[in-house]
Design a protein around this ligand. Structure first.
Ligand SMILES: Nc1nc2c(ncn2[C@@H]2O[C@H](COP(=O)(O)OP(=O)(O)OP(=O)(O)O)[C@@H](O)[C@H]2O)c(=O)[nH]1
Ligand SMILES: [Mg+2]
Length: 457
């Protein structure tokens, strides 16, 4: 934390501009040594949060024409002095400038180290630091909105509010333990129990938001499944909006699982096309393809089962529909542009659910209905997140679960084991909540979080 870090903060490759960023006590001094401003003013003379035009030079030679931004602590991303050098966006000028600042005393930043400093210097809490990476990685508007809400402290506020309630209870309970001889009467068991149960309910409500939240952050795993030649790959391409996978009239065209990310109604969907199921095949490749399709099926959050409507139902179709009756699945009857010989009611009966969709993947009919159905299945019939705090991160969900369990233990001990056990479990639950915002943490947790960042953020 005492040294000055530097990194290229823009993605590798060619671009209009590229930024080398420095943070730390020596940031201004280091850049001053290699920067010549057009105005003749040194960086130290410039007011904070201003931009200066000039050149980066080395041994009298111009390395690049740049704009340099100086931002002095504490009103910066890291709460340290920050200097950003806006270079031309090619890898050569950026590397040259980075090499120069390292030569003048900066250290190459580790992944996420700027954000780690923002957290360690108290500008943001851990949920906000994690949200920075989530905003960068967001694949849909809805995911980005959820990450931005977390970045603005929505989740942290909710967690702090829960922690405050626990803290207030703990004060009451500890007072009755410490001052029992002075006649401080402990709150009644019934009142305490009710308060703890209310807290558990609030935590469990927050945990329930993770059903949607985790999907927004990680993506929904959706597998398109069915017997050969029913139109799985055609549907995959039409949902993706490009001819990504091979489609032919020959059964067994797709041999492997192919995954792509697609935005369906704001949901980031990891969509998988699979090989047609040929459970009884003796062919080595077909057997392996079927095995992989079934593995993909078992991992999926949502299954799209495809039936060919132009042919009578086969034993393979029936078997698949029955197998999926307990799963989160949407069944479609494809090739509806042809003469349809499969009855919707018959399919509904076999798979034990209604709402079977009639689709023509080649003509695109029924595809928007399918997208709507996917979205409404994920949002459980809602229109999507409604602006309340949501849990998008498994780390937060696990900590909330531990807090809920600690509180449940507190209610079990109430009345039997006295106030000490309640106080102990309340402290446990408080510490679980502290892990979420980063009040309680250790180096391993921090390394795990920040190592997932890109360099320069
Ligand atoms: N008429 C009609 N033909 C379709 C439709 N969807 C797919 N097909 C045709 O059906 C054939 C098989 O399509 P694919 O998308 O390759 O089928 P698949 O299920 O991926 O087949 P495998 O990879 O072999 O398991 C191709 O000739 C497609 O053009 C549809 O909606 N209507
Ligand atoms: Mg295919």
């Amino acid at each position: 934390m005492d040294d000055t870090i530097a990194a290229i903060s823009t993605p590798p490759g060619e671009g209009g501009i590229g930024i080398v960023r420095l943070s730390g006590e020596d940031a201004v001094r280091i850049v001053e040594e290699i920067f010549q401003s057009k105005s003749g003013k040194t960086l130290s003379e410039l007011p904070s949060h201003t931009i200066s035009y000039g050149h980066i030079t080395s041994d009298g030679e111009i390395i690049d024409e740049v704009l340099v931004t100086v931002m002095r602590a504490p009103r910066t991303y890291t709460r340290e002095d920050i200097v950003e050098i806006n270079c031309h966006g090619g890898i050569v000028p950026l590397r040259c400038v980075l090499r120069l600042v390292i030569h003048k005393g900066a250290r190459l930043a580790e992944p996420g180290e700027f954000t780690k400093r923002a957290y360690l210097n108290g500008r943001i809490d851990l949920t906000q630091a994690e949200a920075v990476a989530d905003v960068i990685r967001a694949k849909t508007d809805t995911s980005c909105k959820a990450a931005l809400a977390q970045l603005h402290g929505q989740l942290a506020e909710k967690v702090e509010c829960l922690a405050q309630k626990m803290q207030d209870m703990l004060i009451q309970v500890e007072a009755s333990i410490d001052f029992v001889t002075e006649g401080v009467v402990p709150p009644s068991c019934e009142i305490l129990r009710r308060e703890v149960l209310n807290l558990i309910e609030e935590i469990d409500e927050l945990r329930a938001t993770a059903d949607i939240g985790l999907i927004l952050r990680e993506g929904l795993r959706m597998s398109i499944i069915g017997r050969p030649n029913v139109g799985k790959s055609t549907l995959f391409n039409v949902l993706l909006g490009k001819e990504r996978v091979i489609v032919t009239p020959i059964p067994g065209t797709t041999r492997d699982v192919v995954e792509e990310m697609v935005d369906i109604g704001g949901i980031p969907v990891r969509m998988a096309d699979t090989a047609g199921l040929m459970r009884d095949s003796a062919d080595l490749i077909e057997k392996e393809g079927t095995k992989r399709s079934l593995e993909c099926l078992s991992r999926a959050d949502l299954i799209i089962a495809v039936i060919d409507g132009s042919e009578p139902l086969t034993e393979g179709d029936k078997c698949l529909l029955q197998d999926l009756s307990e799963s989160r699945a949407i069944t479609i009857i494809n090739k509806c542009d042809l003469l349809v010989c499969v009855e919707r009611a018959q399919v509904e009966k076999i798979c034990g659910r209604d709402g079977i969709l009639m689709v023509s993947a080649v003509q695109g009919t029924g595809v928007s209905e399918l997208k709507e159905k996917i979205a409404s299945t994920v949002w459980n019939g809602d229109a999507g997140p409604r602006g309340e705090p949501i849990v998008t991160n498994l780390r937060h969900l696990n900590a909330l679960q531990k807090a809920s369990e600690s509180l449940k233990r507190a209610t079990e001990g109430l009345g039997k084991m006295g106030e000490e056990i309640l106080a102990f479990n309340l402290k446990e639950a408080l510490s679980n909540l502290g892990e979420i915002v980063g009040k309680v943490t250790n180096e391993d947790i921090l390394n795990g979080i920040f190592s997932q960042f890109c360099i320069g953020k």
